[in-house]
Design a protein around this ligand. Sequence first.
Ligand code: ADP
Ligand code: ZN
Length: 206
Amino acid sequence: MLLGPPGAGKGTMAGGLANSAGLAVFVTGDVLRAAIAGGSELGIKVKSTVEAGRLVDDETILSLAQEFLRTHSQGALFDGFPRTIKQAEGLRSLLSAEDELRVVYLDTSKETIVARLGARRVCPECGRIYNVRFKPPRNDEICDDCNASLICRKDDTDEVIKSRYELYLAETAPLVNYFSEELLKVNGDLPGEEVLEIVRGELCPA
Ligand code: ADP
Ligand code: ZN
């Protein structure tokens, strides 16, 4: 699983790691946003919570995670889960004795987070993530892969970014201690490619 504040680069890391480690990725935020866009029962239930940057209830999140683990027993990578101690305890109880849990913690400064999230744009078609300052698309605000117009997530406004960060400190940061046995701590302020190299070296020894 990937642990770190919003904007730590978990999404970028998930894509790169899943490829090299052959893991199925569960991106909690993407699953919720897809449910909202599709208007499913789950989507209707979580819409206002997600758009306000608050946390969806633990029970809902745990049942999604459980279903994912059940259908991907060969190996799963969680991005954005667990996010509370309750969810972490739930994850432990879902794992069996043979399962090995590794936790990559992207230790990232507040300055980096604010700079990254305010400039973040997402492709509504393929989910690819851009940054208008550090990682812009070839054509202004257009996805390189599918030509769709990039969007700014509803929860990437200054005010919501600030409250998501505070929520992270209160609810999720305690997981760093909770998982101290399984933790691989990496400097999340480094460029994404560098972080990916470090993590690959640790988790997928040649
Ligand atoms: P980020 O990591 O950039 O904050 P995500 O895409 O992971 O954003 O999550 C977006 C939103 O989805 C969160 O602000 C929250 O409302 C909801 N969410 C995602 N993961 C969880 C989780 N594990 N528990 C509760 N809510 C979650
Ligand atoms: Zn795209």
